[in-house]
Design a protein around this ligand. Structure first.
Ligand SMILES: *Cc1c(COP(=O)(O)O)cnc(C)c1O
Length: 380
């Protein structure tokens, strides 16, 4: 089955009792046993739920993986992966990870004895040089949020394998439409399904996909034990979102390419970062491992913070909002919004300048998106 067929059809069988074309929303906490010791494969929804199972199988299928696990949020998916580790273990992590992920590592997990080293994962040598005897996990985001750094997954996959270190990839920005990290040696692929996978700002959710039975068993155990599970209705909304994933991503991608090229030519814009532009430092790696560049762009204005504020307050079609990956174009100021919890000196060291603006390009007509930016840039 080709990818654009899979997203629509995989795991979809008409409901045996009614013929309903969509999987029913099994909104139940528990299941009645036929007799002692005899259930129908379900006992309690924290352990498993038929609607969630449809989503989990679909997630595995679209990542071309064996096992999918759905979580209550992207953060609980990350947290569950970290629960594969023990106190004293060391993690090497991309330096430009999602703000919520670094907050989780630095303000919660360090209290449980986990150690973290942040490196620019777009340079695989920096990962290899950071390996310590207790390094148990390499965790990369590609493209990163918000600087859109690209990690060469094949190179890092080889490093992880030769040192017998687990390799996890947060593939939220790329989606399985454009990137399949398992094919490059990742052991764990993680998504915030809140973003492109569900695609309409309708739920908070997360996912992990793996080919390894041992990791799947451990993660299932974590999922049911800590209860980091999405509700059946959220699972159903995510299934619905995934049906149009392929269509949406292709539109996000072509729109973002057009917007990035427009911004790059604009005199008031000093820098545009988009993996689909030849000016991106990892353009060749991105082109080799991805089949498209997705919908996220970051840019800086020559007028710095005041110009950034003017643009963000002047856009009309683009919504000033946290989050990304939905059908609507959204615009964010990382320094005051998504990355406000990262201390200013650390932000600047990482290249997260106060003038940086991030756009999640939606699926509207690209001319309208560009016209909106044009009128806002005129005021800056
Ligand atoms: C949003 C996001 C997360 C966190 O996911 P939630 O669903 O908000 O908990 C993690 N990683 C990336 C790259 C994200 O964009």
């Amino acid at each position: 089955m080709k990818f654009d067929t899979k997203v629509v059809q995989a795991g979809m069988t008409p409901d045996p009792t009614t013929g309903a074309i969509l999987p029913p929303i099994y909104q139940t906490a528990t299941y009645v046993l036929e007799e002692v010791g005899k259930d129908k494969g379900f006992d309690y929804t924290r352990s498993s739920n038929p609607t969630r199972q449809v989503l989990e199988n679909l997630l595995a299928t679209i990542e071309s993986g064996k096992y999918g696990i759905a979580f209550a949020s992207g953060m609980s998916a990350v947290d569950s992966c970290m629960k594969l580790l023990k106190s004293g273990d060391h993690v090497i992590c991309s330096d430009d990870v999602y703000g919520g992920v670094s907050r989780h590592f630095n303000q919660i997990l360090v209290n449980y004895g986990l150690k973290f080293t942040y490196v620019d994962s777009s340079n695989p040598d920096k990962i290899e040089n950071a390996i310590q005897p207790n390094t148990k996990l390499i965790w990369v985001e590609t493209p990163t949020n918000p600087l859109l750094k690209i990690t060469d997954l094949e190179a890092v996959g080889k490093i992880a394998k030769s040192h017998k270190i687990l390799f996890g990839v947060d593939s939220t920005f790329a989606t399985p439409v454009f990137l399949k990290p398992l094919e490059f040696g990742a052991d764990l692929v993680m998504h915030s399904t809140t973003k492109y996978l569900s695609g309409h700002n309708q739920i908070i959710g997360g996912a992990v996909i793996t080919n390894r039975q041992d990791l799947f068993d451990q993660l299932k155990f974590v999922q049911k034990t800590i209860g980091a599970v999405p509700g059946p209705f959220d699972c159903w909304l995510t299934i619905l979102g995934i049906k149009t994933l392929d269509l949406r991503m292709k539109k996000h991608d072509t729109n973002a390419q057009a917007v990035a090229e427009y911004l790059e030519a604009h005199p008031k814009v000093s820098k545009v970062t988009y993996p689909g532009l030849p000016s991106h430092p990892s353009y060749n790696v991105a082109k080799t491992q991805m089949s498209g560049f997705s919908g996220m762009i970051s840019f800086e204005l020559t007028g710095g913070i005041p110009a950034g504020k003017t643009v963000m307050n002047s856009v009309k079609l683009a919504q000033l909002a946290e989050s990304l990956g939905a059908v609507e174009t959204m615009i964010t100021h990382p320094a005051t919004m998504t990355h406000a919890d990262v201390p200013k000196d650390e932000r600047e060291a990482r290249g997260l300048t106060d003038g940086l603006v991030r756009i999640s390009v939606g699926i509207e007509n690209p001319d309208d998106i560009i016209a909106d930016l044009e009128q806002a840039l005129d005021k800056a």
